[in-house]
Each structure stands twice: as C-alpha cells, then as structure tokens.
Design a protein around this ligand. Structure first.
Ligand SMILES: Nc1ncnc2c1ncn2[C@@H]1O[C@H](COP(=O)(O)OP(=O)(O)O)[C@@H](O)[C@H]1O
Ligand SMILES: [Mg+2]
Length: 233
C-alpha cells in the first residue's frame, strides 16, 4: 500500500496514561484508506477513547508514529497540531463538548474559525448549519437556541453537525449514537455515509453496538487492533 492510499496510520504506537501504570495500549499497525468507513468495537475500558485521542492528537504516544493526512502529529509543534486537527478531523466526542451558552448555529460553525480550508468549502456557514440540522432531524428553530437548553439526543446531533461542516477528510466519532433513538440513529448514519461517499471522507466510529456492523466497510475489534499492556508499555 503506498502513501496515497493511506489517510490515517498508527505504527507500533505505545501509550500509557501518566501515573496510571495499570493501563497501557500498544497498537502494532492500523491503517485507514480515504473514503472507507470503519466501525471499531470493543468493551468498555479497552482503550477505544484513548485510541481516538491519540489520533485526534490531544494526547501524544510515548513511542511509535501516528500519521494523519500525511502529517506525523508528534513531529509538529502544538500549534501546528491544533491547526492540522481542525482542518483534517471532524470529531464527535462521547461527551459532545458543546459550548452550552452559545447558539446551536455558533456551535456548528465554530470549527470553521480554526480551519481556513474547511471555511473555504462553506460559502454560507449559516445556511450549511441549517442544512445539516435538517438532515439530522433537528428543527430550524434550534439554530437560535443555546446548545445547553437542548435534550441530550439533540446535543448529540449538534455535535455531529459540527464535525461534518466543511467536509474534513476524516471523521472520528466516539459512540455518537448512544443517546439517539432508532430513527434518529438511522438519520445520523445516513448523513455520515452520504458525506463519506460524496467527499471521500474516512469515517472511524467507535461503538459497542455490533448490530451496526453491516453498514460499515470494515469492522475492527479492539482486541485485534491493540494489546492492553499492564505496567509501562
Ligand atoms: N484522561 C484519563 N486519565 C487517566 N486514565 C484514563 C483517562 N482516560 C481513560 N483512562 C483510562 O484508560 C483506560 C481505557 O479507557 P478508555 O480509553 O476510556 O476506554 P474505552 O473508551 O474503550 O471505554 C481505562 O483504564 C481508563 O480508566
Ligand atoms: Mg470510551
């Protein structure tokens, strides 16, 4: 596989949380290609969120390489890493991380402020926020509502819209459907896969719901991707 076929790779990555010798992660090799949709399944505590944080670059591996869209994220400065992440990765956190006092519209369009390339792809951010809300089954009135006033399921969809806006080449999502009912979950996955198809977006989604498997190009099990290591890895 040559570099052009790889959008995301981890090689011989080792990470342990500081001061927590009881848990360490070792990922020998993980490679994702542009446009593929990957479901990562695994038990609670197996390190799925830690793995996504390594890819997102909010934590940096103690050894090994994490390469995202051609950049080894340990090799660049923290500010370059912030900019790179904002451009290349749409992230849906497990805890949403919305700004509770800002409007839904401002929450959704926020990433564009830190990502000029994404901003250029969205000539009319307000209209795009509205389109995404509509596609995700949120009524247009919510755009002017402060995010903290919404239900958990609505907030989850706002977080999804924020990740999708400006079509970053990679979407990583940490259990994004956990607060959604079946119909809303279907709408969310439809929007995600449509964007993936239309823009060759790579999707890496964490879940513990194996029933979602048939909808993805590839299913990975945490036990196969990473070895949990005790003590310093
Ligand atoms: N911010 C953190 N600081 C210290 N330890 C953490 C932190 N986040 C997760 N861990 C630990 O790392 C291990 C894996 O957790 P996590 O990556 O959240 O697993 P999963 O997402 O699969 O449930 C757990 O032992 C957890 O306690
Ligand atoms: Mg988790």
């Amino acid at each position: 596989m040559n570099d052009q076929d790889t959008i995301l790779s981890l090689s011989d990555v080792r990470y342990s949380w500081p001061g927590r010798a009881s848990f360490g992660l070792h990922v020998p090799q993980l490679t994702l290609t542009p446009g593929e949709t990957v479901l990562l399944l695994g038990e609670s505590g197996s390190g799925k969120s830690t793995l996504l944080s390594l890819i997102y670059g909010t934590i940096v591996a103690q050894s090994g390489a994490v390469t995202v869209a051609g950049t080894d994220i340990a090799a660049v400065s923290p500010s370059q890493r912030d900019r790179h992440r904002a451009e290349k990765i749409g992230l849906i956190f497990q805890q949403f991380n919305l700004l509770p006092f800002a409007s839904v519209r401002d929450n959704i369009t926020l990433p564009l402020q830190f990502a000029p390339d994404r901003r250029r792809r969205v000539p009319a951010p307000g209209a795009e926020a509205r389109r995404l809300c509509n596609a995700l089954g949120l009524p247009p009135q919510v755009l002017d509502t402060r995010a903290g006033a919404l239900s958990v399921g609505q907030q989850q969809r706002v977080a999804a819209a924020r990740a999708l806006i400006g079509t970053p080449p990679i979407i990583i999502a940490d259990e994004p459907t956990s607060s959604l009912d079946a119909a809303t979950q279907t709408a969310f996955l439809d929007v995600l896969f449509q964007q993936s198809q239309a823009h060759n977006t790579t999707v890496l989604m964490v879940s513990h719901d194996a029933r979602l498997s048939p909808q993805f190009d590839r299913v990975l099990h945490m036990a196969d991707v990473a070895q949990s290591v005790r003590g310093a890895p």
